[in-house]
Design a protein around this ligand. Structure first.
Ligand SMILES: [Zn+2]
Length: 297
């Protein structure tokens, strides 16, 4: 384990930033549930805070994204966030009725709407993360799922930073949005699903951050950047760990948790171009080392 940080600023970032940001976003949501565009504003604020700190106090100075790279990633993530909104709307309009009918027919109208709202938020969060854990594990296990999801595109970045939370292949938006849609619409959750969504995205953003942050205590239940960066390792065995992008508890339970230093990230020694990332579902870059070995040629 490397040396603990010196100085007030680095120590504050190390010990307090993740609880403050993730907790702060949740508190803001709790007291401002009707605030227009509260979700977008929260995610924007989290990214601005982390983005500025990453330039000022990077954990790995060689990972600091230069302006050209950063601006490209910002444009990508803005477009993909709009895309994610469309996918969420699509799931809502197509799955709401069938899942509601399924709930009725199974007599599964069991969601505890009368429980404290924050308890419900964490129930949605951990249930959605449970589904995502298995979907993400499947992406790394089977070549066909790796390809169809375009997961390699998200995985292939060599310089990770907070903004990478949203740098996903357009096809993967259908995977990422599915777990919370299933939980929300099957159980008929209601407003707690919105709190879980903003908390989950905040957690995923923190997990990609290029800052030195403590993995203890918070890291018992929630993913920290130490754990998630390890998942992004360019070594195949290390990539098959820490599938939880926001909650780490399922990795601990199902035996895929790993706490170790990470030397290099990405799908191989080089980062594919934007075009290569886009066509990953049909053609894998030559030097890919982390794709499942059973991938179709
Ligand atoms: Zn992955």
């Amino acid at each position: 384990m490397s040396r603990l940080p010196d100085g007030f600023t680095d120590r504050t970032i190390f010990y307090a930033l993740q609880p403050l940001l993730a907790g702060g976003v949740l508190v803001f949501w709790y007291f401002n549930q009707d605030f227009p565009n509260g979700y977008v504003l929260s995610i924007l604020a989290v990214n601005v805070i982390l983005g500025v700190l990453e330039h000022w106090r990077p954990a790995r100075p060689d990972w600091v994204q230069r302006w050209r790279e950063k601006s490209r990633n910002i444009v990508l993530v803005v477009i993909l966030t709009v895309g994610a909104g469309i996918v969420v709307g699509l799931y809502d309009s197509t799955l709401r009725q069938p899942l509601s009918d399924l709930r009725e027919s199974l007599g599964a109208d069991i969601w505890p709407h009368e429980w404290p709202l924050l308890v419900q938020v964490f129930m949605v969060f951990f249930l959605s993360e449970f589904i995502w854990y298995w979907m993400h594990r499947a992406e790394h296990r089977w070549g066909v799922v790796w390809r169809v999801s375009g997961h390699g595109a998200h995985y292939s970045f060599k310089h990770l930073g907070a903004i990478n939370f949203g740098a996903n292949h357009p096809l993967e938006l259908f995977f990422i949005a599915l777990p919370s849609a299933l939980v929300e619409l099957f159980f008929g959750v209601g407003i707690a699903a919105a709190g879980a969504a903003v908390f989950s995205v905040t957690q995923a953003t923190i997990a990609h951050t290029n800052l030195r942050m403590n993995a203890n205590v918070v890291g018992w239940l929630f993913t920290t950047n130490r754990y998630h960066v390890h998942h992004h390792s360019s070594i195949l065995e290390e990539s098959n760990t820490n599938y939880g992008c926001s909650a780490i508890i399922w990795d601990r339970i199902f035996g895929t948790f790993a706490d170790a230093e990470t030397v290099d990230t990405g799908t191989g020694p080089t980062e594919p171009s934007l075009w290569q990332k886009l066509i990953m579902p049909v053609r894998e870059p030559e030097d890919t080392a982390t794709a499942p070995s059973n991938i179709a040629a």
